[in-house]
Write a protein that binds this ligand. Structure first.
Ligand code: ZN
Length: 357
């Protein structure tokens, strides 16, 4: 309430026509305020030994308590309680050592299927499909020329859903495969695809995929859903051919919108388990044997696509604030398996950060 009043005093109605998701990035001074707010929050919130934390939380039937998966820290800093329709609610903690944000209690890997019950594939089609495919295209464009032409390169889309990305990949000439946990999504995907094929289960369950030798692996809005990211990334690293790359699109735990909206942040969706920043994704990649990583700042779909209604000076301000704060709402990441991959694909506009393993 107080905040609403203050922002009305400070900004009047000048930014009323700017969509919510962009206001934080274009109102003068707001970035600094949100960053100060965040610093204050993370200093003030209590840090609890895990035994104490476990005592104040109920463990659901499909849940387990975790330590920080990135650094092993057991202490917990409770920060958020996202909730939503049909009564779902969970708790998000911050690792006081490395800053990793994760759901705790988390979901036990063997019960992950419970999150993707029947009907999950429905909202992934229809109107949603066109927007999704546009987002894939814009993300790949940021890392041009890596994804411009498939040239029969072997591609694995991990968490391929109803095959919206595989459809693009086969059009571009990739020799494309997918895996997913939802049986009905796999059926729907294979109906949509002509050359590409998608399979039910984990990569190691499917001989065509377990054979490895992939030039590209893609994780579209999948990273935040992984309950055992280190094990999965070791697998991905093993499935990549020399010179291979891995592309990630995920919500950004460094987002200015998270700093502004806390528990009601759009990245805290029902099925998300862990929330990465450019720092923690670097840790994940370094610990699983990747040689380098590059990031492309994400300015939001309408700015990327050039369809935004924002005035040009506000677009410039938005871009600047995303860059300075590393605070776009999504994160686009290109990971390089080895030195060969860096040599082959490292010529783009982004800086490559070498990962010392
Ligand atoms: Zn940590």
């Amino acid at each position: 309430m107080a905040h609403k009043l203050l922002s009305r005093l400070a900004y009047g109605s000048r930014y009323n026509s700017v969509p919510w998701g962009q206001r934080v990035y274009v109102r003068p001074g707001e970035r600094l305020i949100r960053e100060a707010q965040w610093k204050w929050l993370t200093r003030r919130a209590p840090v609890m030994p895990r035994e104490d934390y476990e005592r104040v939380r109920k463990l659901g039937e499909i849940e387990e308590f975790l330590n920080c998966m990135m650094c092993g820290e057991s202490r917990q800093q409770p920060l958020f309680q996202p909730s939503g329709g049909n009564g779902w609610r969970y708790f998000v903690v911050r690792c006081p050592s490395c800053g990793f944000l994760y759901r705790n209690p988390n979901v036990r890997p063997e019960r992950l299927g419970d999150l993707y019950a029947t009907g999950y594939s429905k909202f992934l089609t229809g109107n949603y499909a066109a927007n999704r495919q546009r987002r894939y295209d814009l993300t790949m464009r940021a890392f041009s020329p890596v994804f411009d032409e498939g040239k029969e390169r072997r591609l694995l889309d991990f968490g391929s859903g109803v095959g919206l990305f595989l459809e693009l990949a086969e059009e571009r000439g990739f020799d494309a495969y997918g895996v997913d946990l939802s049986p009905e999504s796999v059926v729907e995907a294979n109906g949509r695809l002509s050359r590409a094929r998608t399979y039910l289960g984990a990569p190691e369950d499917v001989p065509e995929i377990a054979a490895g030798g992939f030039d590209v692996i893609t994780l579209w809005s999948v990273l935040a859903h992984l309950p055992r990211p280190l094990e999965d990334f070791e697998k991905f690293r093993g499935l990549l051919a020399p010179g291979g790359v891995l592309l990630i699109l995920t919500v950004n735990a460094q987002s200015l919108l998270l700093k502004a909206y806390g528990s009601t942040w759009s990245g805290f969706t029902k099925n998300h388990l862990m929330f990465y920043s450019s720092q923690t994704v670097r840790t994940l990649l370094a610990r699983t044997g990747f040689a380098g990583v590059a990031f492309a700042p994400h300015y939001g779909d309408t700015v990327e696509a050039g369809t935004t209604n924002l005035r040009p000076d506000l677009v410039a301000r938005l871009r600047r604030n995303v860059e300075i704060s590393d605070g776009g709402n999504m994160m686009r990441v290109l990971a390089f398996a080895d030195e060969e991959a860096i040599g082959r694909w490292g010529g783009g506009p982004q800086t490559i950060h070498r990962l010392n393993t």
